[in-house]
Design a protein. Structure first.
Length: 149
């Protein structure tokens, strides 16, 4: 029995290596997303300070504030989905060990958890791509907009 458990656990450790690397990748993505959120918040604060006390804000500044709000909302969603993805991958790893230790037959459950985790990651990355698109179209090189070609 002890040999089976040690063989089973060593096999689970081998299986758990890939999800652990996936968690490391997700943490890198979360780092990038957090940095972008910080930059958006900093830019929003600067705009608020510039217009503090003004009753009316020009249309261009108002559009920039709206765009920052949309970008912040998208980044928040991407961070949430990537975090949920990491949590599902953690559940996969825990389920792998529980399955071996308690012989629960969780193969399909583990597969579903992993697929849900990957779908959350895909959704988070797609939202991040959308935010980057908004950011790129809003950026200006002097008086030239990236949309002008």
């Amino acid at each position: 029995m002890e040999s089976f458990l040690s063989d089973g656990i060593s096999h689970v450790i081998e299986l758990a290596v890939a999800p652990v690397f996936l968690i490391a990748g997700i943490s890198g993505a979360l780092n990038v997303l957090s940095l972008r959120m910080g930059r958006i918040i900093d830019r929003g604060r600067r705009l608020n300070e510039l217009h503090d006390g003004q009753e009316e804000v020009d249309q261009e500044s108002d559009m920039e504030q709206l765009q920052l709000a949309v970008r912040a909302k998208l980044i928040h969603r991407a961070i949430s989905l990537c975090t949920i993805s990491a949590l599902f991958v953690c559940l996969v790893i825990v389920s792998l060990f529980m399955d071996v230790l308690l012989d629960l037959g969780l193969q399909y459950f583990i597969a579903v958890l992993f697929v849900i985790g990957l779908l959350c990651l895909i959704a988070g990355l797609l939202i991040f791509l959308k935010e980057i698109g908004i950011s790129a179209t809003a950026f200006r090189f002097g008086r030239y907009n990236m949309n002008d070609q």
